[in-house]
Ligand binder design. Structure first.
Ligand SMILES: [Zn+2]
Length: 410
């Protein structure tokens, strides 16, 4: 590439860029040649068991049974040269109701993870692709013995008490949790923590209203698949389902304010709403769900029920937004529709409240302020009470003396 002197500078620049250009693949090559690393080994507790997560810098293929039971489980990751990053423990003494301990053994052939289970515990092993800020993960979900039966019993007891006392039961769903942090705000504010705090305050406020009871889908920091969230509400025979979230403008351009969603069967109000629903629905991928078949029931009766619930969900969304909008610090962005997976039950009206924008510098200050959280909770609770009024529901202050009334409170 010989050129004139005037072109020499250009050539020199082009030459430098070519060098830079050549340098990039070399860096990439160096990265791909970096031995695979184990970068994390951690556990999350939930009411039914414990999840162990192994983080890797790249995809691996674990060798282990998909599911089973037994005193122990070995997950092998055959990968010569696999190393553990600094700070990753070689042993976790879990000592809870599901897992005794987890130990990693790294040698020339790769890694073996030895998970010692409590008697009768069952496990599932699956992988999760890298997504958002999450690395590639191998997950072992361990359920303690009898966990499902005792959880079903707990929910059945709540359903029976609701019927006996003729209460209206509102299930409040704090969005995200555990591995799935949701959106992030400045200063490390996480959506999963804000949603839990608002949800708890909302439950307390609702429980103070005569004739109303509230329960949470989660009351600590663990992950629940989207499908399980409304299934919990169905098992307790909920009257309403309210999912609490925070918006983020990284998802939707610059933004501020509150919006309330109900389910759309035909697609979203607009593309931005579809993007938001896609991101909220990605929770299962971030939080981690073992692959499972979806039970989609479709028949005429189901359609009638579903349409009736959609109408009621719209009324609930409108009523909640009217009340939330009385706080002038957050504007009302309106009622929207999108295909949120968590709103798919046909058993009760359900809405999803995007409280405010967690990455808006002004709104994040509100979202982490306990006073604002309480105010938001109070307004949603007032909206729920108003919704019951509008739909002709009388909230009884006294528990029914005749427990066996016709069809209870529904
Ligand atoms: Zn969310």
């Amino acid at each position: 590439m010989h050129r004139s002197i005037t072109r020499g500078i250009v050539a020199l620049l082009l030459g430098s860029m070519a060098v830079l250009g050549l340098a990039a693949p070399q860096v990439a090559h160096a990265q791909s040649a970096t031995p695979l690393q184990l970068t994390g080994m951690r556990t999350w507790a939930s009411p039914t068991g414990t999840r162990v997560v192994f983080d890797f810098t790249a995809e691996v293929t674990p060798v282990a049974p998909d599911s089973g039971t037994g005193p122990q489980l070995v997950v092998a990751v055959p990968s010569p040269g696999l190393t553990a990053a600094a700070g990753v423990p070689s042993e976790l003494n879990v000592a809870d109701s599901a897992i005794v301990r987890v130990r990693s053994i790294l040698d020339a052939t790769g890694a073996r993870f030895w998970v010692q289970l409590t008697p009768g515990a069952t496990f599932k092993v699956f992988t999760l692709a890298a997504a958002d800020d999450k690395p590639f993960r191998v997950v072992v979900d361990v359920q303690r013995a009898g966990a499902k039966a005792s959880e079903d019993q707990r929910l059945a007891t709540i359903a029976a008490a609701k019927k006996k006392n003729r209460m209206r039961l509102v299930v409040i769903d704090a969005g995200h949790g555990g591995e799935d942090t949701g959106a992030r705000g400045p200063g490390g504010v996480l959506e999963k923590n804000v949603t839990l705090s608002v949800a708890r305050r909302l439950a307390d406020t609702l429980n103070a209203i005569p004739g109303v009871r509230a329960m949470l889908t989660r009351d600590s920091d663990f992950f629940i698949p989207l499908h399980d969230r409304y299934k919990i509400a169905e098992k307790v025979r909920a009257d309403l389902f309210v999912s609490i979230h925070c918006n983020s403008s990284r998802r939707r351009g610059s933004g501020s304010g509150t919006e309330v969603f109900f389910l759309s069967l035909k697609g979203a109000t607009d593309q931005a709403d579809q993007d938001l629903a896609d991101l909220e629905n990605a929770a299962d991928q971030l939080g981690g769900v073992a692959p499972q078949a979806q039970d989609e029931v479709v028949n005429v009766l189901y359609d009638v029920k579903r349409n009736s619930m959609l109408e009621r969900s719209q009324l609930l969304a409108e009523t909640l937004l009217d009340h939330v909008a009385t706080d002038r610090r957050v504007s009302a962005r309106g009622i929207k529709q999108a295909g949120f997976a968590v709103l798919k039950s046909v058993e009760f009206p359900s809405v999803l409240v995007e409280t405010a924008f967690i990455n808006n510098p002004r709104e994040v200050l509100l979202l982490k302020d306990p006073k604002f959280q309480s105010r938001m909770a109070n307004q949603i609770a007032t909206g729920i009470r108003e919704y019951f009024n509008k739909t002709g529901v009388t909230l009884s202050a006294e528990p029914s003396s005749t427990a066996a009334g016709p069809d209870g409170s529904r």
